[in-house]
Each structure stands twice: as structure tokens, then as C-alpha cells.
Design a protein around this ligand. Structure first.
Ligand code: SAH
Ligand code: SF4
Length: 354
């Protein structure tokens, strides 16, 4: 029997009419599920033909809870047996953030990133991005928590999957679906100028983060191979344009790597490069990955000095602490680990994940 997706409004309405059911039943089912995070059966009970509605595109494959802090990593399996990951961050203030994936793997191939080391397998559909959100909302509702922020900082480059990203953002913000405030959604990108401007035009209050990591063209290109396509000068012009269009600060992500981009000189160059822009710098500690043997995270004194230098120059700066380091919380790490385990266990079979 064919089923109708919970996100397919015309399809659900047609089904409801064919059943001669109360027009409110669709709204009750969706509100219960997408806004309150009720379990599947409870939400579906509001609809007269629950077996004709499909809710999920992903199967929860594994759940890893950090013993150090409030991070939970969820590994999902797609219908074509690929693994992706989402991370729930329960911050002490009570605010809960969900980090979701937009692609299986990533073509940008950043030197420091486990996802980048996989290459790109495929884009995720909006249904697959939304199911990461839905299953997390349900999990959190079971703990009496509500999801506050959604960040596209998981596997993949969201702006290389623009069409499905926009369909996802539409569904997240639509009142009859998740009704999430766009101010509480952040899309992180390695820097794709045209797409950044299109996104800002379509969702003016949504937050954007640029993964900058270095203001030296050679160093940046070494860390981010695809960076040659978009020179730093073009990225700066894009930030200026985003600032002209919105009062919200653009987040600048800067991974601190020992001996690569963490010296006092590097801090001063960054200050100079960012001067005149409305930005908030987020300094990220490096979660080391096996495939990048030559890279190491900056030590604590270097990180503190770097942050203090930026702050003294008047830049809004946050020194992020690593959450979930015991559950391989850096983007793509757990999937890489699982895939390797899977390959070792099944070397003689032809089934492959990622
Ligand atoms: N592709 C997008 C979004 C996904 S990556 C982007 O690059 O912005 C999200 C963030 O995780 C980026 O800022 C990226 O630099 C960071 N990241 C990737 N690998 C990391 C690692 N090993 N340790 C710490 N941060 C990492
Ligand atoms: Fe892709 Fe972002 Fe990882 Fe770079 S850091 S490889 S852009 S997911």
C-alpha cells in the first residue's frame, strides 16, 4: 500500500477527504508529532488511517551518550544503507541544540575533517534532514526537553545541496509543520558566496556561519582544498553584503591548529581581515582525526591567548569547549569509525556503507 509523507500537505488533505475525516485531524496529528514530539503511535492515533501515513525516512542505528557532558550522538541509517550522524548538545543553561547532516560525506575534502575524508556519497533529501530533527524532538520530548536551536554543522556542505536545504528550511519554519523560528536556525558553510547571498535573500533572519579557519590564502587552501574556487577577497565582499542586509552578526568559525593558524601574528591578521565587519568569532578546538596525522589542536594557553587578543581588539569572541569528545563528536568521526568496523566484519560480502 502506498503511503503519504507527514510533510506532504496536499497528499494528506486528499487522503483525509477520501476518508471523509474531520479537517482538524491532520493538524492534530502533525502538531502532536512535529511540535510536541509525541511518540509515533500516539500522534498517529489522531488520524483515522495511521497505516497510510509515513513518518520516517531514517532508521536509528546507534545512540551514543557522552559520559562527560550532555552530548548524544545519533547514527542513522538511510534506506540505501548509508550512515549519517546528528548530535544533540544539552547545554548546562538548559538550551538544547541539534546539529544535523546535509550530505553523506562531502566533496570539499577539508584536511581536518573526517567527513571530508569520505568524499561525497550523495546529497540528503529534505525528508532525511527533517527526520533527523523529528526523531531528535521525540527523543528530547521523552526527557521533558524542547529543542531550541538547529545547526547545519553535521556531515556535508549544506550549500552544495541548496535545493534540498531550502525545502528543509521551508518545512522547519512553516507554521503548519515544525514552526521553528528562523533566528534559531544556523547554516554553517565553508563559503559558497552565491549560495550564501541567495540564502540570505530567502531567509533574512536565519543565522549564517562561515568556516574561515585562516586568512592566509595558501594556508586556507591547504586546509580546505576547494577554497581555491572562492578567494578570501570574494568571501570578505560576501560578508560585507550580508552585513548590509541584516543586523545580525555573521558567525566566523575558526579552528585552532597548533603551528598552523594559532600564533599572535595569525590573531592580528584575523583582526585586520575582519575589521569593519559585524561578526562573532567562534574559536573551535580541534577534535583530532587519524587521517590527519600532521595536524594537532592548539594547547590551552595558545587558545586562551588567541581569544584574549581578539577580545582586546573589540571582536565578539567565544572560545568553544569541545563537547562529546568521548563519543567522537566531530563531524563524521563516528560514521568513519562504524564504516571501518563494518568493513572489517564483513570484508567478504559486497554490502557497503559509505
Ligand atoms: N561544511 C560546513 C558544515 C559542516 S562542518 C562547514 O564546513 O562549515 C561544521 C564545522 O565543523 C565546521 O566549522 C568545521 O570546520 C568543523 N569541523 C570539521 N572537522 C572538525 C574537527 N576534526 N574538529 C573540530 N571541528 C571540525
Ligand atoms: Fe565538508 Fe565542512 Fe567537513 Fe569541510 S569541514 S569537509 S566543508 S563537512
Amino acid at each position: 500500500m502506498s503511503t503519504v509523507s507527514i510533510y506532504d500537505s496536499p497528499g494528506l488533505d486528499q487522503l483525509r477527504r477520501s476518508l471523509k475525516a474531520d479537517p482538524l485531524c491532520v493538524r492534530r496529528m502533525r502538531n502532536g508529532l512535529l511540535k510536541q514530539g509525541l511518540p509515533d503511535e500516539t500522534a498517529l492515533a489522531a488520524f483515522p488511517a495511521p497505516d497510510q501515513v509515513s513518518l520516517h525516512t531514517l532508521e536509528l542505528f546507534q545512540r551514543h551518550d557522552s559520559t562527560l557532558d550532555g552530548a548524544t550522538k545519533l547514527l542513522f541509517r538511510t534506506a540505501d544503507a548509508l550512515l549519517i550522524e546528528s548530535v544533540i548538545l544539552r547545554i548546562a543553561s538548559g538550551r538544547t541544540t541539534l546539529c544535523i547532516s546535509s550530505q553523506v560525506g562531502c566533496a570539499v575534502a577539508c584536511e581536518f575533517c573526517a567527513t571530508g575524508k569520505m568524499g561525497l556519497r550523495r546529497n540528503l533529501s529534505s525528508g532525511e534532514m527533517l527526520d533527523q530533527v523529528l526523531q531528535s524532538i521525540q527523543l528530547l520530548a521523552g526527557e521533558g526537553r524542547r529543542l531550541r536551536n538547529i545547526v547545519f554543522m553535521g556531515m556535508g556542505e549544506p550549500l552544495h545541496n541548496e535545493e534540498q536545504l531550502c525545502a528543509t528550511l521551508d518545512a522547519l519554519t512553516l507554521p503548519e509543520l515544525f514552526h521553528f523560528a528562523s533566528t534559531r536556525i544556523l547554516v554553517s558553510t565553508v563559503g559558497v558566496p552565491d549560495a550564501m547571498l541567495r540564502l540570505a535573500g530567502r531567509y533574512p533572519t536565519m543565522r549564517v556561519a562561515l568556516s574561515l579557519h585562516s586568512v592566509d590564502e595558501n594556508v586556507r587552501q591547504r586546509l580546505i582544498p576547494l577554497a581555491w574556487k572562492y578567494p578570501l577577497e570574494q568571501l570578505r565582499c560576501t560578508l560585507e553584503e550580508l552585513n548590509r542586509r541584516s543586523n545580525a552578526a555573521v558567525m566566523i568559525e575558526y579552528l585552532l591548529l597548533a603551528g598552523v593558524n594559532d600564533s599572535l601574528t595569525n590573531a592580528r591578521q584575523l583582526i585586520e581581515w575582519l575589521s569593519g565587519l559585524n561578526v562573532h568569532v567562534n574559536l573551535i578546538p580541534y577534535n583530532s582525526i587519524e587521517e590527519a596525522a600532521g595536524l594537532a589542536g592548539s594547547d590551552e594557553p595558545a587558545r586562551t591567548l588567541f581569544a584574549a587578543t581578539l577580545k582586546a581588539a573589540g571582536l565578539k569572541t567565544t572560545l568553544r569547549y569541545s563537547l562529546g569528545s568521548d563519543i567522537a563528536a566531530a563531524c563524521g568521526q563516528l560514521v568513519r569509525h562504524e564504516n571501518r568496523r563494518h568493513h572489517q566484519a564483513r570484508r567478504s560480502t559486497s554490502t557497503e556503507v559509505c
